[in-house]
Ligand binder design. Structure first.
Ligand SMILES: NC(=O)c1ccc[n+]([C@@H]2O[C@H](COP(=O)([O-])OP(=O)(O)OC[C@H]3O[C@@H](n4cnc5c(N)ncnc54)[C@H](OP(=O)(O)O)[C@@H]3O)[C@@H](O)[C@H]2O)c1
Length: 270
């Protein structure tokens, strides 16, 4: 992927949400890209409201809209909404033939398959986590799983009390990395929580545990345990701004990429 040389125009889907607002703030701090559309849910009371109401002067003159004006310049559509709104965003990116980046989690298998299909026509990057630190942790987890095939692996995550899906998309992506490292399908070895007389832990199982509470932005630990020793990789997100910055870095790369399915690992580079 080559770096872009002119200003990149971004349409933001889910602009009024927590991540949407973090993206608007992060984009306002960069001169090489501009948010050209801030899209909210049809029927939202925010439609036609100036972004300044939420973000202050740095938001410029943009207003929230429910639909993308055909004349609005767009290079990349970024979606942080919800599984029910995600398909509309993908359809819009396909219609405009622009790169599509989504961080929406809780997607169904059919929706992920739609993303793969779309990647034949446009550059697509879906990530359950836009942190570069988590992208690196996935590499570590894949490598540890490959090198230590007999060690037990457990994945623990904690998020704020308002999170709707469990385990987190990031925990599942970390599990996928472990499964890839071992050359197996995650579905065949995943165990979600434990309770009661469940018997001994089967070899090769990948356990997931989801904690919820307070305002925790996102914490993930991948544990590899043998009889004598234990390795733990932990990542803690301090705020949403790091996800926003990662998504904008991805937008910069995808704006000039060929159609295909990309991951944050591609953005991370070697
Ligand atoms: N990949 C990552 O790094 C990462 C990081 C954080 C969060 N996430 C995920 O990103 C998604 C959003 O998270 P969040 O914390 O920002 O949630 P949020 O605060 O609930 O924001 C979601 C926004 O999407 C809006 N929306 C709903 N339907 C829409 C539509 N049809 N068109 C446009 N906007 C629509 C919602 O509007 P209303 O409130 O009006 O319904 C809301 O403002 C979730 O799936 C979350 O798990 C991913």
């Amino acid at each position: 992927m080559r770096e872009h040389e002119r200003r990149i125009h971004i349409a933001l889907h889910g602009a009024a949400g927590r991540m949407g607002q973090a993206l608007l703030r992060a984009a306002a701090a960069r001169s090489d890209l501009a948010v050209s559309a801030a899209l909210v849910r049809p029927g939202s009371p925010l439609i036609d409201a100036p972004l300044r109401q939420l973000l202050g002067a740095q938001a410029g003159d943009l207003e929230f809209r429910a639909a993308l004006d055909p004349d609005t310049p767009v290079d990349v559509l970024i979606d942080f909404s919800g599984p029910q709104a995600f398909e509309g965003a993908l359809a819009l990116a396909l219609e405009r033939r622009v790169a599509f980046i989504s961080g929406t989690t809780g997607l169904a298998a059919a929706q992920l398959a739609e993303l793969r299909r779309a990647a034949q026509a446009i550059p697509v990057l879906w990530a359950s986590n836009f942190s570069l630190g988590v992208a690196l942790m996935q590499r570590f987890a894949r490598m540890a799983a490959r090198v230590l095939p007999d060690w037990d692996c457990e994945i623990v995550e904690m998020h704020h009390r308002r999170k709707l899906d469990a385990p987190s998309g990031t925990a599942l992506s970390l599990g996928e990395a472990v499964a890839q490292g071992r050359g197996i399908a995650l579905d065949t070895v995943a165990a979600h929580g434990r309770r009661g007389q469940i018997g001994e832990r089967p070899a090769g199982q990948i356990g997931f545990h989801a904690l919820r509470g307070g305002d925790v932005v996102g914490e993930h630990t991948v544990i590899f345990a043998s009889d004598d020793e234990r390795i733990e990789f932990t990542h803690r997100a301090a705020n949403r701004d790091l996800f926003a910055r990662g998504a904008l870095l991805a937008a910069q790369r995808l704006a000039v990429a060929d159609p295909g399915f990309y991951a944050m690992d591609d953005v991370l580079g070697d």
